[in-house]
Ligand binder design. Structure first.
Ligand code: FMN
Length: 395
């Protein structure tokens, strides 16, 4: 978002106050923000609020701004990389569709040169009115990006659709809009979570992996244009939209699914934590406690998924993960060679804020030429770093 120029048109709806939060989020991301308010929007929040947050003059009156001899509505339209109308009232939506130019905002929109995103917010009946729906459909047909509304209790007391999309979701839509689609057409398999090896119908052997790293990679890759298959072992995270989601439980299932996708994929990324061993025998009935001092469960080895897949490697770029508690780089280098992968993302699980179930990680990325230490990152940022490295390898 750094230095992206975002022009926000604020219109006269009760949700104006939420745009205050959105602008502060955009500024934190490094975006430049300018604001145009309709006269009715100024009845809800003063221009001073937006001026202070955006650190720019707020435009409200088309005829009051010829001080620098610039025709402001034209120069603003030229300035913007993206125009966002939020909240967009039924009135302004209708005017944009009809091509009216009776205030600063609608005039700038008529002179637009950049994409326009519209975030409607209004009473459910106003939203569902045929006129509003027709205008929204027309605008979409003409290339405007129409964001959905949230559902819930509205300020007027009615419940239903019509709430302004939450600021964090609008921010996400803007970020997606600017995301470079450098993985367009690339087929990526991502594994995530921790496998469970059943002992009896109630118990299993599992591990602490939450799936956060794999889900972050899957989501980021999807946004960058990849076709993503997410093989997910027992994660409770929300499934990212638009991906091929394959839920599994055991290591053998993970192997089977990965194996069937491997030959046609371009990239295989495996942050999942499969179990090295599984119980040799599965007990059909729940094991009862029979006053014995000890109970032994025999384990048998699971297939080494990455090593086996790497034997079939042709064009695939393969990324493995190593969660270590000691001799991080040494162990990861051994793994790099023995498993024949392109690079390893290694983390010391004993470090605070790293490893399982956290939102952050501290890793070293190791390939045959280098071992680079990264400072603490969110798993989302780390996902981008890993994908950047893959894009370079893809050439
Ligand atoms: C308290 C109050 C809240 C309003 N909230 C909305 C709203 O959420 N959405 C909407 O489309 N109109 C809403 N309106 C009506 C608009 O303010 C009105 O249609 C106005 O003409 C919009 O002008 P503008 O599009 O130029 O900003 C509200 C009006 C009032 C008085």
């Amino acid at each position: 978002m750094k230095n992206k120029r975002i022009l926000i048109g604020v219109t006269g709806g009760i949700a104006v106050y939420k745009v205050v939060d959105l602008i502060s989020r955009l500024k934190k991301q490094g975006a430049e923000v300018k604001v145009i308010m309709t006269e009715h929007a100024t009845k809800f929040v003063t221009p001073l609020t937006f001026q202070t947050l955006s650190k720019n003059v707020v435009y409200t009156d088309m005829f009051a701004s010829l001080s620098n001899m610039d025709v402001e509505h034209i120069s603003l339209a030229k300035w913007a990389d993206l125009i966002l109308v939020a909240p967009a009232t039924a009135n302004t939506i209708a005017k944009i569709d009809l091509g009216l130019a009776d205030n600063m905002l609608t005039t700038v929109l008529l002179a637009k040169r950049s994409p326009v995103m519209i975030a409607p917010a209004m009473n459910t009946y106003m939203l569902n009115h045929k006129a509003t729906q027709d205008h929204l459909k027309n605008l979409e047909k003409n290339g405007y990006i129409i964001l959905p509304c949230d559902q819930g209790l509205l300020a007027c007391g009615d419940a239903g659709s019509g709430k302004l999309l939450a600021p964090e979701k609008i921010l996400e839509a803007i970020q997606d809009h600017f995301t470079v689609k450098d993985l367009e057409g690339v087929d990526i398999v991502v594994t995530a979570g921790g496998t469970r090896e059943p002992i009896d119908p109630v118990r299993y052997i599992g591990n602490r992996s939450s799936g956060k790293m794999g889900y972050a990679i899957a989501e980021a890759a999807k946004k960058r244009g990849a076709r993503v298959h997410l093989i997910s072992a027992n994660s409770s995270l929300p499934v990212p939209e638009g991906i091929d989601y394959i839920p599994i439980e055991t290591t053998e299932e993970l192997y089977r699914e990965a194996s069937s996708l491997f030959d046609s994929c371009d990239v295989y990324i495996s942050p999942a934590a499969p179990a090295d061993y599984r119980p040799k025998d599965y007990f059909d009935q729940k094991i009862k406690h029979k006053d014995q001092e000890a109970l032994s469960i025999n384990l048998t080895s699971n297939p080494d998924i990455i090593k086996n897949l790497a034997k079939r490697k042709k064009k695939q770029i393969m990324v493995a993960f190593a969660a270590e508690s000691q001799n991080l780089v040494e162990h990861a280098k051994e793994k790099l060679e023995s498993k024949n992968v392109d690079f390893i993302v290694a983390n010391n699980i004993k470090k605070k804020d790293a490893g399982f179930a956290t939102d952050t990680n501290i890793v070293t990325i190791i390939d045959k030429d280098s071992a680079i230490d990264y400072a603490k990152q969110t798993k989302k940022d780390l996902a981008e770093i890993i994908l950047n490295k893959i894009v370079k390898l893809l050439g």
